[in-house]
Design a protein around this ligand. Structure first.
Ligand SMILES: [Zn+2]
Length: 188
């Protein structure tokens, strides 16, 4: 094949690639924006898998409830008193202060969001993959603390943790959380 035929082919390939990439994230309005994550970091005081989980759960639940036609004030119940609570407050806008958040400390990463107007409810949980990565980042964090600052081993583990956070922040919603309408219909 000569040089002249290659150029249009290469640009056709590029076009296909661009379409594939944009269709993978297009329409996934439940992926929090970088601005939301930086707001969360300021609010929560550090970056961690738990607070990212909260943002993913909170936004996915809020968007699913909106799509299901929920009306009126939105209230949240979360079943663990830990870092995700802050992500939920930032992403779903349901806060302790505005009396829209109840925490039931039962060691379950489960969020229920209810639209008080027509009592529509959605239940959101983490996928197994997300939960496993969260645990892995926590274990790596402990190891990192025991290593001397600036050591090669420590830098390697820090990069690994950053990669996990990156995935948790931006992976397609369906890979991070499962969304179920309370009447039992799988939403996505
Ligand atoms: Zn945290």
């Amino acid at each position: 094949m000569n040089q002249r035929n290659l150029a249009p082919m290469a640009s056709a390939c590029l076009l296909v690639l661009v379409l594939l990439v944009s269709s993978a994230s297009a329409g996934d309005i439940s992926i929090p924006s970088p601005a939301l994550y930086s707001q969360l970091e300021t609010f929560h005081g550090h970056v961690c898998a738990g607070s990212i989980f909260g943002a993913r759960l909170g936004l996915a639940a809020k968007e699913a409830l909106k799509a299901a036609g929920g009306t009126g004030k939105v209230v949240a119940t979360y079943y663990d008193l830990s870092c995700p609570v802050d992500g939920i407050q930032v992403a779903a806008g349901t806060t302790y202060g505005n009396k829209a958040l109840t925490v039931n400390d039962r060691d379950e990463h489960r969020l229920i969001l209810t639209a008080e107007g027509n009592k529509r409810s959605v239940e959101v949980r983490l996928t197994k993959k997300a939960e496993e990565l969260g645990l892995k980042s926590r274990d790596l964090g402990k190891k990192i603390k025991s290593l001397p600052a600036g050591s090669q081993e420590r830098l390697k583990l820090e990069r690994e943790v950053e990669e996990i956070y990156g995935w948790l922040k931006t992976a397609p919603t369906a890979e991070v959380v499962s969304v179920v309408m309370i009447d039992g219909t799988k939403s996505r």
